[in-house]
Write a protein that binds this ligand. Structure first.
Ligand code: 16G
Length: 199
């Protein structure tokens, strides 16, 4: 069996520890199906020196996963116990939560992440809708095309999983970035929200 980064090899738990089956990423045919272009060329098996992409593991709690998310928005104080509980709850809904991380395996740090959530609906013939959430690359690792790779991969995954659409929310300044993967702002569609806790 393939050694999995971030898992405890002594427990025989390579597969147990992942949020979802890592084979799903390997099967993406990223090279043929990607939306963006990469210079220099990187892909899901060759991200650059010491970098690897894989599903989230519980051990990522100790590899700075939450402090990375904190570069995107407020995370708050999340204990290991809370993290594990949420991880197991997400994992217990098979095939709905796809959080991927990029790890710097030399530093043992999570340096990039995003999540695809696959929602179930009755509309669109009991369709599935994808949402790309929480895209963040560590400030020290920006400029290496890692954000591009993350969004490209999970957009492709949403299509593979049979979603009838995939959407995301973002600031004006990153609209050109997301356009690279085919995302458009639909004139007649407004994104509205109501916050229960102030930003
Ligand atoms: C960004 C994220 C969104 C996340 C939000 C958190 C992307 C594409 N969008 O909009 O997924 O929920 O930030 O900010 O990553 P908030 O905590 O202020 O809602």
């Amino acid at each position: 069996m393939k050694k999995a980064n971030g898992c405890n090899p002594s427990n025989n738990d390579y597969e147990e520890c992942y949020l979802f089956d890592p084979q799903i990423l390997h099967d993406l045919e990223f090279e043929n199906q990607k939306s963006a272009s990469y210079k220099p060329e990187i892909n899901l098996t060759n991200l650059g020196e010491g970098l690897t992409i894989r599903p989230l593991c519980i051990s990522d709690y100790d590899k700075g996963y939450l402090s990375l998310l904190n570069q995107l928005t407020e995370v708050g104080d999340v204990s290991r116990e809370q993290f594990e509980e949420r991880f197991q709850l997400m994992k217990s809904q098979p095939n709905l939560y796809y959080t991927v991380v990029i790890e710097d395996t030399v530093m043992h740090r999570v340096v990039g992440t995003t999540t695809l959530v696959k929602e179930m609906h009755f509309i669109r013939q009991c369709g599935f809708r994808g949402r790309i959430e929480d895209v963040i690359v560590h400030s020290s690792y920006q400029g290496k095309q890692l954000g591009k790779l993350l969004v490209d991969a999970l957009t492709l995954l949403s299509k593979r999983l049979g979603c009838y659409m995939v959407s995301l929310e973002c600031d004006d300044r990153v609209v050109p970035f997301y356009s690279k993967f085919g995302y458009v702002k639909e004139e007649e569609h407004n994104y509205m929200l109501r916050r229960f806790i102030p930003k």
